[in-house]
Design a protein around this ligand. Sequence first.
Ligand SMILES: C[S@@+](CC[C@H](N)C(=O)[O-])C[C@H]1O[C@@H](n2cnc3c(N)ncnc32)[C@H](O)[C@@H]1O
Length: 283
Amino acid sequence: MRTVFSNPDKSDQIKRYWSDRARATEPSSAQATTYDVFLRRLEISTLKEKLEAASLPDGSTVVDLGCGDGYTTVSLAAEFPTVRFIGIDWSEEMLALARQKLLTLEAPPGTVSFRLGDIRHLSADLHSGKFEVFLSVRSLINLTSSEEQYDTITQIAEHLTPGGYYFGIEDFLQGQRNFNHMRAAMGLPELPVRWHNHFFDEEILLAETRNLFDPVALESFSSSYFLATRVIYSAGCHLMGVEPDYFHPIHRTAGMLPAIGDFSPIKLICARRKLCKEALCAS
Ligand SMILES: C[S@@+](CC[C@H](N)C(=O)[O-])C[C@H]1O[C@@H](n2cnc3c(N)ncnc32)[C@H](O)[C@@H]1O
């Protein structure tokens, strides 16, 4: 049994941060959870490829943990009409935006639902249900400690069907360090980890999850995107004395480049739940 260190005051602050942010965002905007809309598109296309490769049977369910404004959930649902999507978030304000997205993006009727819940307590959110896929997109980095993060990942494994998939798009210290080295080489200041984020360590994630998933791997899908936008483009802006603009066309182009190197904090955790029942007992 894992001892889970938590920081309730900080969790409350984080929840308030996201609710305030949702309140300040127009329902039609895709910027409620990050200002970088083209990064979101890259995340969605990456998850779409993974879900296609998973060849989910009709009637399968994908659970999106910390779904925020639902842009990712609903965009994916539009691509997989025979799959059910459940989005969970603890912010009523984010869920209000998510329900608006259901009206404007073209998901097949009745395939998407949103629930208020805390992703640290999946049995309360999902009871004893088992599901084919879990997603987390920049949501586990909002938990206040590594213990909370790994406890949540263990719960994900417990709620996956044998052979089910966990695809997590989360931030890692190593990629952050690498892209900050590149920024420093270009004369740019380091970008810090923000107060409400707790990044993963790659080696520890792989070691902690080995008992639950087989295989488990990390993919640096946004490396070229970060190199082009946060290093090269930012250095150009610095040179010209202008502020970087998330809608500058370089973002659209960068999202189409093949991923090379290891220059982004944001990576994809690709994990498949072990088939044998003993795996979870041994963890
Ligand atoms: C960076 S946003 C990402 C939203 C979305 N996954 C996306 O693709 O943009 C993080 C989201 O996680 C939610 N969140 C953070 N901690 C949570 C928790 N313990 N339970 C439920 N939701 C949580 C926040 O409310 C916020 O909407």
